[in-house]
Design a binder for this molecule. Structure first.
Ligand code: FES
Length: 158
């Protein structure tokens, strides 16, 4: 077992556990977009970054394995700024202005994450290009305009 501290809480988890899962065990919520509990960690979106004492750069908690006596901070100003920046890039890159989404039924992980981060707008001029909607598969439709490149669908199909 490995013991670490997350936001001042001591948590003990099996070796190989990620910081994200350790935080969940400690009752600490870290926002995620590309993570899914049934898929291999991917580390693509960077919304789940955390600060680890002794490490120079922010780390994606979904791919970072715990280590003995690690000290993690999930909510520092640096972490929050980085998450907002990541979300800003996502919102600026493709058209996620979709308040009437039929797919999410108003329960969109991206929109919810932005709201939880207190985002009401993003500072960059959108650079949305129209992408084709791929409905060529009998069971799947992918709207690339809404895609955040989390690769969940690709990993799930794999
Ligand atoms: S949830 Fe960790 S990088 Fe996407």
């Amino acid at each position: 077992m490995v013991t670490l501290t997350i936001d001042g809480r001591t948590v003990e988890v099996p070796e190989g556990t990620t910081v994200l899962r350790a935080a969940e065990k400690a009752g600490i919520k870290i926002p995620t977009l590309c993570d899914h509990p049934h898929l291999q960690p991917f580390g693509g979106c960077r919304v789940c970054v955390v600060e680890v004492e002794g490490l120079r750069t922010l780390q994606p908690s979904c791919t970072l394995p715990v280590s003995q006596n690690m000290v993690v901070h999930t909510n520092t100003p640096k972490v929050l700024a980085a998450r907002k920046f990541v979300l800003t890039l996502i919102f600026s890159d493709r058209n996620h202005f979709c308040p009437y989404c039929q797919v999410s039924g108003g329960d969109c992980e991206l929109q919810n994450t932005a709201l939880e981060m207190g985002m009401t707008h993003w500072d960059y001029q959108p650079a949305w290009k129209p992408y084709p909607v791929d409905a060529s598969h009998p069971n799947l439709v992918i709207d690339h305009n809404r895609c955040i490149l989390c690769r969940r669908c690709v990993r799930a199909c794999g």
